[in-house]
Design a protein around this ligand. Structure first.
Ligand code: G6P
Length: 483
């Protein structure tokens, strides 16, 4: 089977916490393990992170860790009996003064006092990802009084969104600040920020991460209507981040499902154009929570995200709490490889009519152009410090595998998210500088990625192990003496 280019982010949870299961997830193709800080204790995350590191090391593979902050999701409190049932036409109140444990089928508490300031008569509130819909009739100083327009069961702690967005809670809660410390302690490669409103929220997260001593890359979850309201808002968020996630759950609730597919395509292409990584998430293999096989619609959804050229597709409950976590990763891997065979996955018009800005960027893009057009080339090798050079390369569509060679474990982990890029540990400083080309090609030969007679393209700088210095590209013939 050819090397899969589209990466897989799998969320770890109660269904996937043992060493055996984590090892099997890695074998099945998990490139990034997501820890969801909305669930579980710090010690559970520590334990899972340790197992991911151990199992990956045993296999000689690089799997990134991504911590996903809970963020300010606004939720109802609890019901006396845990659950109520609402029918169309029922009157229902959300109250900031009602006791939090004492919800009934008429009123439930909520510990977000600003709700009464954020809501207006005529608004539509969506509970439990839109399964229950409330029309706001009246707002008092401590209550939002509503009529049910879509009914159903409603249980403790379900989330609240407003159609069109606009609930104003700040992006980083005290819990998030604490979880940033845990992400730093566990040396996570990625941290995802939930419900960021704008670039300022990302800047704050970055400052907190830095203060905690972390060099993690920041992912902005695009899930508020405001974030996609216009191009400037979206571009601002992308710019302030190292990558974005198309977080289709809350986003779909706020903007409506009809808009979602178009927005997904826009987010993916705008992120790639800004040289940022992009993850497509939510319900991709939802039925596999309880079934060993995906539906055709799910197959099509994963394949389409791969055809849109997302870096990664993501599993949530499927791998965290479902009955078939390993099968879900296997199915995703299979579907991505299939989609990648499609011709649109392999030719590129990326930045065809634009000028480049930097020397390393020019070399990276030239390497891909050369590789795509010179038959006989079977691999691109990029010597990298931070992952920047292979990141630029992997924004271009290509059938060629890109191998990121670096001595830096964090970099190798980060690179595990990039589409079409494989992480390989390699330290040019440990050898005579004249032997580096030969050693890099030999490494790929020994791993079976290239064969005698192949051409490979190698990029590097004049100085080894220094960021941003890539200034040369070489065409090397495997089998010839390269010293
Ligand atoms: C390695 C190579 C250098 C190259 C650098 C690029 O360190 O030894 O020759 O300049 O990678 O790193 P970057 O982080 O910019 O991709």
């Amino acid at each position: 089977m050819s090397i899969r280019r589209t990466k897989i982010v799998a969320t770890l949870g109660p269904a996937s916490s043992t060493a055996e299961c984590i090892a099997a997830l890695i074998d099945a193709g998990m490139n990034v393990a997501r820890m969801n800080f909305s669930h579980g204790t710090a010690d559970e995350h520590r334990q899972r992170a340790r197992l991911v590191r151990e199992m990956a090391a045993q296999k000689g593979l690089h799997v990134a860790l991504m911590g996903d902050l809970q963020g300010p999701k606004i939720r109802i409190a609890r019901f006396v009996d845990g659950k109520i049932h609402l029918a169309i036409g029922d009157k229902f109140r959300l109250s900031t003064s009602h006791p939090l444990d004492d919800g009934t089928s008429e009123v439930v508490g909520i510990d977000y006092p600003q709700l009464v300031e954020d809501c207006r008569t005529g608004d539509e509130l969506l509970l439990d990802d839109g399964r229950v819909v409330l029309h706001v009739d009246q707002v008092t100083t401590d209550e939002v009084r509503c009529t049910v327009t879509a009914g159903g069961p409603l249980s403790n702690h379900k989330g609240i969104n407003r159609r069109g967005g606009g609930l104003s809670a700040a992006a980083l809660t005290d819990k998030d600040r604490n979880d940033i410390l845990i992400a730093s302690e566990l040396e996570m490669e990625y941290v995802a920020v939930s419900f960021p409103r704008d670039a300022a929220d990302m800047h704050l997260a970055r400052r907190l991460l830095k203060e905690a001593g972390s060099s993690a890359w920041l992912i902005a979850k695009i899930e508020r209507a405001e974030a996609v309201a216009d191009e400037a808002a979206l571009d601002g968020l992308i710019e302030a981040s190292d990558g974005v996630m198309v977080a289709r759950g809350d986003l779909g609730v706020e903007i409506g499902d009809a808009e979602l597919v178009g927005i997904q395509k826009t987010i993916i292409s705008r992120a790639r154009r800004q040289n940022k990584v992009v993850i497509t998430a939510t319900q991709m293999m939802e039925s596999m929570i309880s079934s060993p096989l995906p539906t055709r619609a799910e197959v099509s959804d994963v394949a389409n995200a791969a055809l849109d050229y997302t870096d990664a597709v993501m599993l949530s409950a499927e791998s965290a709490a479902g009955s078939f976590p390993i099968e879900a990763v296997q199915a995703m891997a299979r579907v991505c490889v299939g989609a990648e065979k499609h011709p649109t996955s392999q030719s590129s018009s990326h930045r065809l009519h634009q000028s480049f800005e930097r020397c390393d960027e020019t070399i990276a893009l030239a390497a891909m152009y050369a590789g795509n057009h010179f038959p006989g080339v079977t691999a691109i090798i990029s010597l990298t410090e931070s992952g920047h050079t292979p990141l630029i390369m992997s924004r271009i569509r290509s059938h060629l595998p890109i191998f990121a060679l670096s001595p830096n474990a964090q970099t190798l982990g980060k690179v595990a998210m990039f589409r079409g890029v494989q992480s390989i540990e390699f330290n040019p400083l440990s050898m005579d500088s004249r032997e580096v080309n030969q050693a890099a090609v030999d490494k790929l030969l020994s791993l079976g990625h290239v064969q005698q007679g192949d051409w490979v393209i190698l990029t590097k700088g004049d100085v080894y192990n220094s960021e941003g210095g890539t200034n040369s590209l070489k065409l090397l013939h495997v089998g010839e003496s390269l010293v």
